[in-house]
Design a protein around this ligand. Sequence first.
Ligand code: URA
Length: 186
Amino acid sequence: MDWEELGAMVVACTRCAISQTRSRTVFGVGDRQADWMVIGEAPGAEEDRQGEPFVGKAGQLLTNMLLAIGMRRETVYIANVLKCRPPNNRDPKPDEVSNCRGYLERQIELVNPALILVVGRIAAQNLLQTDAPLARLRGREHRAPLTGTPVVVTYHPAYLLRQPADKRKAWQDLLFAREITDRRRV
Ligand code: URA
């Protein structure tokens, strides 16, 4: 499946009940040949309105976090585990994650990034298929199933908006991620 076919499938998808309550699907955005791919959980209200991931308050913080390590938002590829907004921003249900998994897996294959930065526990647990808490997932290099792409886990920017004291630790995570991609270039 190429980008066009994949995009068309997502726009038309009705596998989950939440397809009935979405305003728009939120496919993904950015450089399709990016070195870095950022993966979040699911669209929120603003993303559902605009059809683009991470455009609300948390998205602005994500954009700034990337800039802090010298990466403009346009130079990465950003997507979510779910392409539709769960009502009231509830956690994704397991059947929703499994219905949507193939779309994200194909996006990862097509971008073929050098690194995946996963933001937040929900996205990390779903992508890496683990129950481990975020504290155990941070600070280590994981591998994405199927592609074996290096994965680094950090806090969700929405969490950091509530707990700004943890931004320092998120900064460490970003430096760790950059170390991994820098290492691959030499
Ligand atoms: N939170 C996410 O995980 N993804 C978005 O696109 C927006 C907020």
